[in-house]
Design a protein around this ligand. Sequence first.
Ligand code: ADP
Ligand code: MG
Length: 318
Amino acid sequence: MREFDIIQRYFTRESADQAVALGIGDDGAVLTPRHARQIVSVVDTMVEGVHFPQSMPADDIGFRAVAVNLSDIAAMGAEPRWMLLSLTLAQAEEAWLSLFSEGLFEAARRHSVTLVGGDTTRGSELVVGIHLLGEVEAGRAIARSGAASGDDIWLSGTTGDAAAGLRLDDVEGPDADVAYLRGRFRRPQPRLQLARELAGFVTAAIDVSDGLYGDLVKLLQASGAGATLELDAIPCSPALRRAFPDSALDLALAGGDDYELCFTAAPGQRGRIRQIASGAGTPVARIGSVTQGAGVICRQDGRQVPYDDAGYTHFGNP
Ligand code: ADP
Ligand code: MG
């Protein structure tokens, strides 16, 4: 199958998006942002065998490639609008392409994102890159750098599930817990609605992709602050507790691939945050507070406990 036919058959779809002046088919896409909005631009690339197992179904690969980028857009408090797909294929198999594009467009449609271009090449392994563009009202993007001493630290949903799901990827005939955990890896649910409603009054945010502890440290470093983390307050799903009774908390702290939102806000905002979270149908938990100076102190059962993990890094934990 030729490159042109692949693009035409699997990636060109009708769109009612008036803001796309020129989409797929020209040398570049021409997009019209709304008045007084800023563009938020993110990109994330997934390599088969590195970021997802070879066994992962093609529709989940497509869905996940979009969802992880949506999560970055969410962490900025922005609204996703358009995306470009950079696809490197080892072979052009029609059944695979059909399933892949189904998953990709499913995630895009859920959040009204239009595919406006991309690049298709042949290579030795499957590589999927998505470049996503979003909009935010000028001045309202949430940075990592605004956390202040005394702020609460909040977490959406639960962490650890996706890392558990990845470890259980090759279980045959999965039970309900395994299916749930695996689904949390394969189909992350970006917290877009929650984040957009928090934009404007939360002080900092990061999406949890490399592990809660490590990503919180990144937020704190950007803010020039430290934190106390209450390990008892870190929520773990019942499925995670049942599947990994001895390491649920470790996975929740350092597992990665969660695509939950970690954010900070003044204690005066607690009521408002709980109200927004309940309206968005996204549970949130208060897991600690921001302190002056550097470093994270972990507490459990009212005592300080040692914990030192840099979170997942692509080049191994130093
Ligand atoms: P060029 O050589 O000018 O970069 P291409 O021939 O690579 O253009 O692409 C033709 C058109 O198809 C462009 O509009 C490009 O954005 C789009 N395109 C290429 N690959 C993809 C893809 N995988 N998904 C969506 N659009 C694509
Ligand atoms: Mg060109």
